[in-house]
Ligand binder design. Structure first.
Ligand code: GDP
Ligand code: ZN
Length: 318
């Protein structure tokens, strides 16, 4: 009898553990496609959408999260577990707290523009953040119509193409480069990052002609719309691929994980690190540092090295 009771308890525990991990076939699984406040829309594997609440103490759930759900007595279902994530894009808010933006994305498109002028340090922070999360990154320089036919404004192609980051010039206004931009998207789950004013909303509404996306020129009169709570959404693009658009992503400060070696976030520094005299070289001022040597010959761009030093400094002070 007691053996039987124990085994039932064990079975219950196993069921609970499975539900916690979300790997139980007993629970339907799906992906979060909309999130606003505590309200989620989850797309089930078979394509239908269900409205869900979140079980307390699950931590933050974001668009792109794969989840296990259970039916409740009410019509609304409940998310009971977040399945393991491939990656998590996070930002740092004004109070220094990290906040999740989107999960399981495959591509971060860092949007820059001719105006406002690109901040290369912020760009490098996005790229480091993407490297750490194993998210492919590409650079989109928008408003190319304002570039006076300069073939490489701000030297972005010179710096980033050798590092295998695609650099695309686009203009929502004239349509230049928009084909190239849309070719980035099929088969990917993409997020557009970048500061306010570079054209992310314009690019998004170009991709989603039927959707209502607020664009600065429409809402700038009283900045209305900048502060309203918008849902985070995962859109299926008519041209193929998916796009996660969230209010948090607009102009976000990327989170950089200080527990990982910073050099791993810089492709060209990572590639050279084994060539330094000291295996734990920080590439600051150590003798026979291959990275410093590469900066002096121009093989590593000065702006990239400056970003590296600044991020290293940030690490020390936080
Ligand atoms: P967001 O803040 O990044 O979402 O930027 P918006 O999409 O709201 O665009 C900011 C401003 O730039 C708006 O006035 C847009 O009309 C304008 N804009 C967007 N794309 C282009 C472009 O390719 N060329 C030019 N000249 N202006 C653009
Ligand atoms: Zn070194």
């Amino acid at each position: 009898m007691s053996r039987r009771r124990l085994s039932q308890q064990q079975q219950k525990r196993i069921r609970q553990n499975q539900a916690q991990r979300g790997d139980s076939n007993a629970h339907p699984q799906g992906r979060v496609v909309s999130h606003q406040g505590g309200q989620l829309l989850v797309e089930l594997a078979r394509g239908s959408l269900v409205e869900c609440r979140i079980k307390s103490n699950l931590g933050s759930i974001v668009c792109g999260d794969r989840v296990a759900i259970e039916a409740t007595a009410q019509k609304v279902h409940r998310v009971i577990a977040i399945l393991p994530r491939d990656n998590l894009l996070q930002r740092v808010d004004g109070f220094g707290q990290t906040r999740a933006i989107a999960a399981n994305i495959s591509q971060l498109i860092v949007c820059l523009a001719i105006s406002p002028e690109p901040n290369l340090y912020l760009l490098d922070q996005y790229l480091v953040s993407a490297e750490q999360q194993r998210i492919a990154a590409c650079i989109l320089l928008n408003k190319i119509d304002l570039a006076d036919n300069d073939p490489d404004p701000f030297g972005l192609r010179k710096i980033y193409l050798p590092l295998d980051y695609p650099v695309i010039h686009s203009s929502v206004k004239t349509g230049a480069g928009m084909d190239e931009f849309s070719r980035l998207l099929p088969g990917e789950v993409s997020v557009l990052g970048g500061v306010s004013g570079v054209g992310k909303s314009s690019l998004t509404s170009w991709l989603l002609p039927g959707e209502e996306i607020k664009i600065a020129s429409i809402s700038s009169a009283n900045e209305e719309g900048r502060h309203t709570t918008r849902a985070s959404r995962l859109y299926v693009l008519p041209s193929g691929g998916e796009l996660i658009d969230t209010p948090g992503v607009r102009g976000f400060s990327p989170f950089i994980d200080d527990s990982r070696p910073l050099a791993h976030g810089f492709r060209e520094i990572r590639d050279l690190a084994g060539a330094c005299r000291f295996h734990n070289c920080l590439h600051l001022n150590e003798p026979r540092c291959a990275v410093i040597a590469a900066v002096s010959t121009g093989a590593i761009a000065e702006s990239r090295y400056a970003s590296y030093l600044k991020m290293l400094e940030q690490r020390k002070t936080t």
